[in-house]
Design a protein around this ligand. Structure first.
Ligand code: DLL
Length: 436
């Protein structure tokens, strides 16, 4: 079903007209209210009155993750703090996170965008939706919750209940829709099998999965093991959270909510805008957000875009499923982490050499992370108890600073291969996240 037919099926001409009007308003708002944009437009000689077509976007400077980190906590907000009704933030940072704020209007828009995502997957007020995302600073739980209520479904905020409880709820409350990361859905499927519960004993028919990369292979595996149809959806905290792009029943790319976010694909090296269909870094400009508007935000996600209308009737441009990152960010169980953050935790611990290797794997549907760490020579000549204490300490520190569990393996100095001039590969990812 198309939730907002008028907005999801505009002609290209109409859409561009709407986008440029909204972009003008946004540019004025950020120029007036955000010192970062005033400086950045002034130093690039941008005259906002001259931005008259979508192609003129290319004259505007980019905004990066680093810019947002520097603006901690509220320097990027474009409204007085009394108008902010909600705050979320990016996850798992040892340093400072990126904090985003929403006005009441932003929340209303976000809600309707998530409603589009759900409606496109055929969800109605007859459904029972089990949301197995965290309800906290992460945008997944609250984002989906509001959208699901708006569609009139019965919302079950199962959040981080353990997997057996999730299954009991699913069975007893007659859940028809599961909302989670694809990795968690797989984990549920594995445990169902262990418990000897046949998927037909459940009422599940649809899954909406996102927040981390996944492959067509994984989709098939989840669909077959849970007897459901699985839909992909994409979003990021900085732009709004979930509700940026979603699959329809045709499942040929993710429709971007272009009446709220203007997408571009750029070459991450030259920063040139790339033509339709070419793969590069996804960049978004928000054009209706009041609290935390962003101009040409570099997401670091690799994708491509086509604007040809879809067979479903929507004219919203489509992005291909995210096929990687321009940086080394990894996502473990939906939590985003940079190897540099792990390094920061490790190097604060005495006795650790600055050499480590991270191996990601998936066992029985659960993401696992092993960190091999080199330890100073003298620790190896000491009692094993000291080594064991050190191992436990690293595990604790990683978990408390980054919110993820890791298995630590301590090794002797020079055990981990050194860079031979090329870029040292700190991460080995053995999960089937991106292969077709
Ligand atoms: O993951 C928002 C979200 C919540 C999206 C629930 C969908 C469902 P962040 O924690 O800020 O926000 O992480 C954003 O996750 O830049 C991508 O690298 C990755 N990502 C999100 N959705 C997908 C997806 C939420 N469907 C980062 N496929 C993004 C691949 C995804 N990667």
């Amino acid at each position: 079903m198309i939730y907002e037919r008028e907005n999801e099926t505009r002609s290209r001409e109409d859409m561009e007209q709407l986008q440029i009007e909204r972009l003008q308003t946004t540019m004025h708002r950020v120029y007036r209210n955000v010192a970062f944009y005033r400086h950045s437009f002034d130093s690039c000689g941008v005259n906002i009155e001259r931005i008259k077509s979508i192609n003129d976007l290319a004259f505007l400077p980019f905004t990066t993750r680093e810019d947002l980190l520097k603006s901690y906590p509220y320097d990027m907000f474009a409204v007085p703090l009394r108008d902010i009704v909600r705050i979320h933030s990016t996850s798992g940072t040892t340093g400072k996170p990126i904090i985003v704020g929403y006005t009441r209007n932003d929340i209303n828009i976000w809600t309707s965008l998530v409603t589009r995502v759900l409606a496109a997957a055929g969800i109605t007020n007859h459904d029972f939706i089990q949301i197995a995302f965290k309800y906290n600073l992460f945008t997944g739980g609250f984002g989906f919750h509001y959208g699901a209520e708006k569609i009139g479904a019965s919302v079950i905020p199962a959040s981080t209940e353990d997997v057996e409880k999730q299954i009991t709820i699913m069975k007893d409350y007659k859940t028809t829709v599961l909302v989670s990361t694809p990795g968690y859905a797989l984990h549920i499927a594995v445990v169902l099998k262990e418990l000897n519960i046949h998927p037909e004993e459940l009422f599940l028919r649809t899954g909406l999965f996102g927040a981390e990369p996944w492959s067509e292979n994984l989709r098939t595996q989840i669909e077959e093991s849970l007897h459901i149809k699985a839909y992909d959806n994409y979003g990021l905290t900085e732009i709004i959270g979930p509700g940026v792009a979603f699959e329809c029943e045709k499942q040929c790319g993710l429709h971007i909510n272009e009446d709220h976010f203007i997408p571009e694909i750029i070459d991450p090296e030259t920063l040139e805008t790339l033509p339709e269909g070419e793969r590069g870094e996804l960049v978004f400009t928000t054009i209706t957000k009041q609290g935390f508007p962003l101009i040409r935000y570099r997401t670091g996600d690799i994708s491509s875009i086509v604007s040809e209308p879809c067979q479903c009737g929507r004219t919203l441009a489509r992005m291909e499923r995210v096929s990687g990152r321009t940086d080394d960010m990894i996502i473990v169980e939906g939590i985003n982490v940079f190897p540099s953050q792990i390094e920061e935790v490790l190097l604060r611990i005495e006795g650790i050499e600055p050499h480590y290797q991270i191996t990601l794997d998936r066992k029985e549907g659960v993401d696992t992370m092993e960190i091999m760490v080199e330890v100073e020579e003298e620790f190896f000549s000491d009692e094993t108890k000291i080594l064991e204490n050190l191992r436990e300490r690293i595990e604790r520190e990683i978990s408390s600073h980054l919110g993820i569990g890791a298995e630590i393996t301590l090794v002797e100095p020079k055990k981990i291969s050194r860079s031979t001039g090329g870029k040292l590969k700190h991460v080995i990812d053995r999960r089937d996240v991106l292969s077709k």
